[in-house]
Design a protein around this ligand. Structure first.
Ligand SMILES: Cc1cc2nc3c(=O)[nH]c(=O)nc-3n(C[C@H](O)[C@H](O)[C@H](O)COP(=O)(O)O)c2cc1C
Length: 332
């Protein structure tokens, strides 16, 4: 092939790059740490873990950090897909650099699937909602769609029977009790949650009061918000699902994040509210309990509450770091 016949490189233009990355930065992350760095080298987009943002007390292994990066990876692929760019993804492309999590190359994609476009369309609307939910509508119709979205990532989506809820509530309470005198954990969660006006962390407005939290039972205990009684009288009737993987490798954590993102967005498309939960799987006792509850279908990575929020319309988005902090464009 002569130099003349080499086709022009297919890459998104500058505006598309910035718009897609800005949208994708709405991805959820543990404690809103946003532990990712992206580099566009002029041809490919690279995802790196930002280990300075590791939660050393809650997540010493970095499992949730990698899951968070996987969630943004899926958001990025969804945002570019909806703009007509197919993304081919190589996970862990450099064995000598374990923090280099993925490498994305682009191909034009004139007709992305409608489901993907719909998921991209709700990225800005999705919120983590910690208040109690009503039971999800049309759950039996949604469940196969969620399973279909999870299976390309070699994960299982396991539903937990409502009868199991008291045991989960007990496991959640036990997780809180075990952490109560863990000064490192308490300092860390106090640093990341409960402040307003930062570009990271869980702001005070996204937290719930003690009385609201008591009606959820299975939620993580954050620094509590001032007293309020939203969704008065509503006890949590969310469906509870677990994402579990065969093993516990970095690739499986990354794929857990990708599957989590797909599930959260698809639920948002269906008009449902969601809340990822990791405090139970953070501790060996809770993780062992869940392993038994998912009938040994692999390693439980995280739980998700899914349901109807009677009043979801007015929740402010949580903050994000500026794009210049997370994206480097290398110009030739
Ligand atoms: C890996 C991971 C773990 C999370 N764990 C919890 C949790 O245990 N409890 C909780 O309320 N939210 C949890 N979240 C939700 C984050 O706190 C939330 O995504 C972040 O604060 C940003 O807010 P947003 O999702 O509303 O954009 C988790 C999210 C991820 C990706």
């Amino acid at each position: 092939m002569t130099a003349m016949s080499i086709p022009p490189l297919a890459i998104p233009d500058h505006r598309t790059m910035l718009a897609a990355m800005r949208l994708a930065s709405r991805a959820p992350s543990v404690h809103n740490t946003q532990p990712w760095r992206w580099v566009f080298d002029g041809t490919k987009l690279h995802l790196h873990a930002d280990t300075d943002r590791l939660l050393t007390a809650a997540d010493p292994q970095g499992r949730q950090l990698i899951i968070s990066c996987g969630a943004m990876l899926h958001h990025v692929r969804t945002a570019f897909g909806a703009r007509g760019w197919h993304t081919d993804t190589l996970r862990e492309p450099d064995p000598l650099n374990p923090g280099h999590l993925a490498e994305i190359s682009f191909r034009p994609w004139p007709t992305p699937p409608a489901g993907l476009v719909a998921r991209a369309g709700v990225i800005d609307l999705r919120r983590t909602d910690r208040l109690p939910f009503e039971a999800p509508r049309d759950w039996n119709a949604l469940l196969p769609r969620l399973r279909m979205l999870v299976s390309p990532h070699y994960l299982d989506l396991v539903t937990l029977d409502e009868k199991i809820r008291p045991r989960l509530t007990a496991a959640s309470e036990q997780a809180t009790a075990l952490r109560r005198h863990d000064m490192m954990y308490q300092a860390e969660i106090g640093w990341w949650a409960g402040h307003s006006g930062d570009s990271e962390g869980v702001p005070r407005e996204a937290l719930i009061s003690d009385s609201e939290s008591a009606r959820v039972g299975v939620g993580r205990t954050f620094p509590s918000a001032p007293h309020s009684a939203r969704r008065t009288g509503l006890e949590d009737h969310a469906s509870l699902v677990v994402l579990s993987s065969e093993g516990d490798s970095v690739t499986e954590w990354l794929r857990t994040g990708e599957a989590l993102s797909a599930v959260l967005l698809e639920c948002t498309v269906a008009g449902l509210a969601t809340c990822p939960l990791t405090h139970i799987t953070e501790l060996p006792t809770g993780r062992n309990l869940l392993t038994g509850l998912v009938a040994d279908r692999g390693k439980p990575q995280l739980m998700i509450r899914i349901g109807v929020a009677p009043d979801s319309g007015d929740t402010a988005p949580t903050p994000r770091r500026p794009l210049t902090d997370i994206l480097t464009l290398i110009r030739e």
